[in-house]
Design a protein around this ligand. Structure first.
Ligand code: HEC
Length: 95
């Protein structure tokens, strides 16, 4: 009986620590200032600037996946630009 409790406790501890690792991996830091910089440097190379109010937050994440490929951005740059676009939306436009 003691052994079963010990094994179960060990398994639980292992599972919990695995979960923490997965969770820590998924929480990616974003850098809004870097997003603004990359946005200003990159997005006007091919077309006029698209203001954050042009698209909904949801449509922006689709479009950014599209533009990520076109502009050759890294995942981090794409997340930073998205964070910058979200932060630039006005209160009425936050959809
Ligand atoms: C290499 C050229 C290029 C770069 C760099 C670029 N775009 Fe585009 N973008 C295009 C083209 C071309 C289209 C027209 C749609 C198409 O044919 O793919 C477009 C379309 C769009 C659209 C319309 C919706 C859509 O997804 O088609 C948005 C919004 C947009 N770009 C935003 C951006 C932003 C923000 C950046 C900077 C991260 C950016 N673009 C960088 C070429 C570029």
């Amino acid at each position: 009986m003691k052994n079963i409790i010990k094994t179960t406790t060990l398994a639980l501890v292992a599972l919990l620590s695995m979960n923490t690792t997965v969770f820590a991996d998924e929480v990616k830091q974003v850098d809004i200032a870097n997003g603004a910089q990359v946005w200003a440097d990159t997005c006007m190379r091919c077309h006029n600037v698209r203001p954050p109010s042009d698209l909904t937050v949801r449509a922006w994440s689709f479009s950014m996946n599209h533009m990520r490929v076109r502009a050759g951005l890294t995942g981090q740059e794409t997340r930073d630009i998205l964070a910058f676009i979200r932060a630039s939306k006005t209160e009425e436009d936050r959809k």
